[in-house]
Design a binder for this molecule. Structure first.
Ligand SMILES: [Zn+2]
Ligand SMILES: [Zn+2]
Length: 411
């Protein structure tokens, strides 16, 4: 499957200069006035595809979910993984195109804003429902349930596509009739919706504590204040401080990679201590004294990497349990951007468990009774040494191929 990044046309909030953003951009530096601003969003971005609809035609927008991320399906033979890049209607309306097709790739999108023209149909399907329908096997006869799977979203957004109705449905980009039969007496304005209330928020990139300029790469979900050695993530109303730590590096370590350490409540299986984990995974580790008092921490990468590698790193780190002392601040040195939100990282914990819990068959049978609830988390940086083709973390035996990391931005 080919994957793509969207581009978004917008204006600098400071000087109004036009700019083009990549879908993954969070930190925007204006080429004209040099002011940097951070794109704050509570849940996901909402875009609209620019329309070329005749003035008099009743323009309306249908929402589509866009999901780009990893899909894991555990089975007896092991875990299947793939990268998913799909779009699906967020409304149940027969006769509309089943996906956005190539439209969203070829055009520059705009952020949704309250001053946009047209009737914006309100989403009726959650992302889960929309993707579920997409993954359901298409066979005749009774609908079959989808086999268990887990999605880890790297990019999730809502894209509004323009249409108008004139004795039939017309595509508002191409100005051409859309094949497919709409319900009789179709009246777009009667669909629930209206003027969008959502708008993009720009946050000033200043440390909320000391007022210094915060730093970060353009696609980073986390900004750093070098003055306070603190890490901040955008929240509903400004920035929220993250708990951040790092393992001290050696002189030849030249890159810090971010990981999430997640403390979680696991319901439906006994996982109260690290000793339980060792037992569950049937590790050939001699049961050491003290393991029963060590809590279980889940670890996942906080950066994008190919699905198979992501899952292996999650399982490996969770089982090795790096308990060495950390330093409770952002490390000094080169940092890799945090590009995977912790919310999505939590979704990776179940598929990771299925890779190491023994016996696998019994575990898969009671998968639907197991719940993982995150309690707390922190961002932990690990120092890596550079080799010609790899980044190496000697202490915890992690090797990450450079090309895997480089390509991860656009898999
Ligand atoms: Zn500007
Ligand atoms: Zn500060």
């Amino acid at each position: 499957m080919r994957s793509y990044n969207l581009s978004i046309e917008h204006q600098c909030p400071q000087c109004g200069a036009p700019a083009t953003l990549e879908e993954t951009d969070r930190l925007f530096s204006c080429a004209y006035c040099r002011v940097r601003s951070y794109l704050g969003v509570r849940d996901f971005f909402r875009y609209r595809i620019p329309e070329k609809v005749p003035e008099a035609a009743p323009l309306f927008f249908i929402p589509y979910w866009r999901f780009k991320g990893m899909l894991f399906s555990p089975g007896l033979e092991g875990i299947q993984h793939r990268f998913l890049d799909v779009s699906a209607p967020a409304v149940a309306l027969p006769g509309i195109p089943p996906s956005l097709g190539f439209r969203s790739q070829a055009l520059k999108l705009h952020f949704v804003s309250p001053d946009a023209r047209g009737h914006f149909v309100r989403p009726q399907r959650t992302l889960d429902e929309a993707v579920e329908r997409l993954l359901r096997p298409r066979r005749r006869g009774p609908e079959k349930p989808v086999s268990p799977h887990f999605r880890i979203g790297e990019t999730v957004s809502l894209i509004y596509a323009p249409f108008y109705y004139k004795k039939g449905l017309f595509d508002g980009v191409l100005n051409r009739p859309v094949p497919g039969r709409l319900p009789d007496a179709f009246e777009p304005a009667a669909l629930p919706g209206g003027r969008p209330r959502w708008r993009i928020r720009f946050l000033a990139c200043l440390c909320p504590v000391c007022g210094w300029d915060m730093t970060g790469q353009r696609d980073s979900l986390v900004l750093h204040c070098d003055n306070c050695s603190a890490a901040w993530k955008a929240a509903a109303n400004g920035f929220k401080r993250l708990r951040v730590e790092h393992f001290p590096g050696a002189p030849d370590d030249t890159l810090f990679l971010p990981f999430w350490r997640i403390r979680a409540d696991v319901e439906g299986m006994r996982l109260d201590s690290y000793q339980d984990l060792v037992r569950t995974a049937n590790l050939p580790k001699a049961v050491q004294k003290g393991l029963e008092t060590l809590p279980v921490f889940f670890w996942t990468p906080a950066f994008k990497i190919r699905p198979a590698r992501f899952l292996r790193l999650t399982a490996q780190l969770t089982l090795t349990a790096p308990f060495d002392a950390t330093v409770a601040r952002v490390p000094k040195g080169r940092l890799h951007a945090v590009t995977l939100p912790v919310k999505e990282a939590v979704e990776a914990l179940m598929p990771a468990l299925t890779t190491f819990v023994k016996p696998r068959k019994a575990f898969l049978e009671r998968l639907d009774r197991i719940r993982i609830r995150p309690i707390s988390f922190s961002l932990v940086y690990f120092p890596f040494t550079e080799s010609p083709h790899e980044w190496i973390q000697r202490r915890f035996n992690i090797v990450i191929n450079k090309s895997a990391l480089r390509l991860a931005g656009n898999l």
